[in-house]
Write a protein that binds this ligand. Structure first.
Ligand code: ASP
Ligand code: MG
Length: 396
């Protein structure tokens, strides 16, 4: 049996006309003698609206109840799509996570998939050509419904593809993966191939094409992902194993709204470093671009956070100040983190030199590197200039 998993994002199923169009598109593949598992997100801005309604009642809804609410969105779109397929003569059934047996942890709002049973899907294919599965949702051992975190239906689709050893196609309003966000740089090029590790860096750096965990699963199980626009025939991009001839730098990504936190005049006591990062981790605060400088008589620490986490960090720092005496904390906002990513960097030297050459006289506040990435923190005012010059130098 030749099975393909396809995923359609929220904007692709935003209204019933679009749902009918997708049904037509799916029926063409059925005519090619394929069996399809279709994973869909909730219609349009449904999930946002459901969250908004819950917030009108409570600032902190119980995570379990929130998941109960949010999973309704996908249940609407899967059934409508199945009705649309049946209407044009395609045999299909829709399944929620309970029916599809998508088992997750009980971390409500950010559950992780543990297992997907495929017996049901296989037996339903005896009578049907299309099986539509609700994205974003799962079920715990105890029978509670969970969600996988915002954007999680990509992860549902890839996990199902892995369980079925099938190909996976991700359709959305974006027509592929670009070297740079085309809104930042009009000459951005669409990439035909992106390596898993590059996509992981780019996904976590804010390229909103794919949910990061979906890429992790694809990498782990060797599933090639094809990302393309729903309503266009233009060729999309493939996320897959890296090949030998990788360019040095494949893409550039930009993350705005960065605040640099600078703590000066700390006692030379490195337990502070441990404590501040520990309390950030406990609160699920993502700390990035860290620098620790000791100059003999005092310690200075600097790191970056997303702007809206400032209050939380401030609380954590205030708690610590009891044990570490008087130190100064400064917050500098209005920064962007610009990163170049490429698995080709692993085998080349001189990338940093090229990077700084491109930055020219632009003040770079912090730098971090990994085997396949260089990131720099710059003032937002210099962002476009940096993007332009990096795209030129690395021929993006
Ligand atoms: N509907 C969910 C969300 O808006 C899941 C998804 O779209 O992937 O986050
Ligand atoms: Mg998405």
């Amino acid at each position: 049996m030749n099975i393909i998993v396809q995923k359609y994002g929220g904007s692709s199923v935003a209204d019933t006309d679009k749902i009918k169009k997708i049904a037509e598109k799916i029926s063409k593949r059925v005519n090619e003698k394929l069996k399809l598992v279709i994973v869909v997100s909730a219609m349009g801005k449904t999930t946002d609206n459901l969250i908004k309604m819950s917030k009108e009642i409570s600032a902190n809804p119980e995570p379990r109840e929130l998941d109960m609410l949010l999973t309704t969105g996908e249940q609407v779109s899967i059934s409508l799509l199945s009705i649309a397929l049946n209407e044009i003569g395609v045999k299909s059934v829709s399944l929620n996570a309970f029916q599809a047996e998508i088992l997750t942890t009980n971390d409500f709002n950010e559950a992780r998939i543990i297992d997907i049973k495929t017996d049901k899907i296989h037996s339903l294919f005896e009578e049907n050509d299309v099986i539509i599965v609700a994205g974003f949702q799962g079920i715990t051992n105890e029978g509670d419904v969970t969600t996988l975190g915002r954007g999680g239906s990509d992860t549902s689709a890839v996990a199902i593809a892995a369980a079925l050893k099938a190909k996976c196609e991700i359709y959305s309003d974006v027509d592929g993966i670009y070297t740079v966000d085309p809104r930042l740089h009009p000459k951005a090029k669409k990439l035909k191939y992106v390596a898993y590790d590059e996509m992981l860096e780019m996904a976590s750096l804010g390229a909103k094409v794919l949910h990061s965990r979906s890429v992790e699963i694809a990498k782990k199980y060797g599933i090639t992902l094809y990302c393309a626009a729903t309503f266009s025939n233009e060729e999309g991009s493939y996320v897959m194993e890296e090949n030998i001839e990788q360019p040095l730098v494949t893409g550039l990504s930009v993350m705005d709204n960065q605040t640099q936190v600078v703590i000066t005049n700390l006692p030379v006591d490195y337990t502070f470093v441990n404590k501040i990062f520990q309390s950030a981790a406990n609160e699920n605060l993502n700390i990035d671009m860290i620098s620790v400088i000791g100059n003999g008589s005092s310690l200075n620490i600097s790191f970056t956070i997303i702007d809206d986490k400032k209050a939380k960090i401030d609380e954590a720092l205030a708690r610590l100040s009891k044990d570490y005496g008087e130190y100064n904390v400064h917050y500098y906002s209005g920064f962007s983190k610009i990163s170049v990513v490429g698995v080709g960097m692993r085998s080349s030297s001189g990338v940093a030199a090229k990077f700084f050459k491109a930055m020219g006289g632009i003040p770079v506040k912090l730098v971090t590197t990994s085997e396949i990435k260089i990131s720099a923190l710059v003032e937002e005012a210099h962002k476009l200039e940096a993007v332009k010059s990096l795209t030129d130098i690395f021929e993006l």
